[in-house]
Write a protein that binds this ligand. Sequence first.
Ligand SMILES: [Zn+2]
Length: 288
Amino acid sequence: MPELPEVEALAHDLAKRLDGRAIVRVDIANFSCLKTYDPPISALAGAMIDGVSRRGKFLDFDVSGTHLVLHLALAGWIRWKDEVPKLPAKPNSKSPLAARIVLDNGSGLDITEAGTRKSLALYVVRDPNDVEGIARLGPDPLSDDFTIDVLADILAASGRAQIKGVLRSQGNIAGIGNAYSDEILHAAKMSPFKPANSLSPEELDLLFATIRSELSEAVARADGLPASELKGEKKSNMAVHGRTGLACPVCGDTIREVSFADRSLQYCPTCQTGGKPLADRRMSKLLK
Ligand SMILES: [Zn+2]
């Protein structure tokens, strides 16, 4: 799933390509992805695109005051096309195409979703905050609103909840998902299962600085890359996420994996948990 750095880079790339262009039409190829009906998708036809920005992991296309909001979910992506087919895209359940935006110069973009579990979402709204997932977003970790005091309040309010889940909850902090929460906790040398309200002042300082540095470095690496190169760029810079069984780039220990909620997380025992592997709750439940 694209997270803050990738969505930020997508927004920059798309803003450059789309600014000042008009939308000819938006084809919906998979109707289940369109979550709103008022304004209708046809309201976008003929309107100029004024900008593209990121809100958490959402992309917000400002189309002359009407907003097309996109959440790429787990397997969604955007493919830029210098030339799109003239005929409207037909609904086809076997095709990964979810929607197509056709521009006035014949170019456009395909919004695609791989796999059978369809969760990509498109909204047409008058105000981005009409999208519930945007209205309930916590502060953006790269904005000036996100201070160490704000982080301290979030952690205190989370009680003994595991820090991994607190970091990736969009209502707490906007834009951090499964991958960057693994990376941040590894860089801060913190156990993913550490209770949120148990950090010392030094650990709080370190976690705050690490959230900022991990995300801003990833944004800097991703910025300027076209959509087609972003996924590979993200993957190649991960220290622990998605690297189960490989060597930790910091200490050389073997990176482990445990289940977490409906996903799994990766971590380095030497860097993060005093050398002790975390118990996999899913496994211990099965063995009982
Ligand atoms: Zn390590």
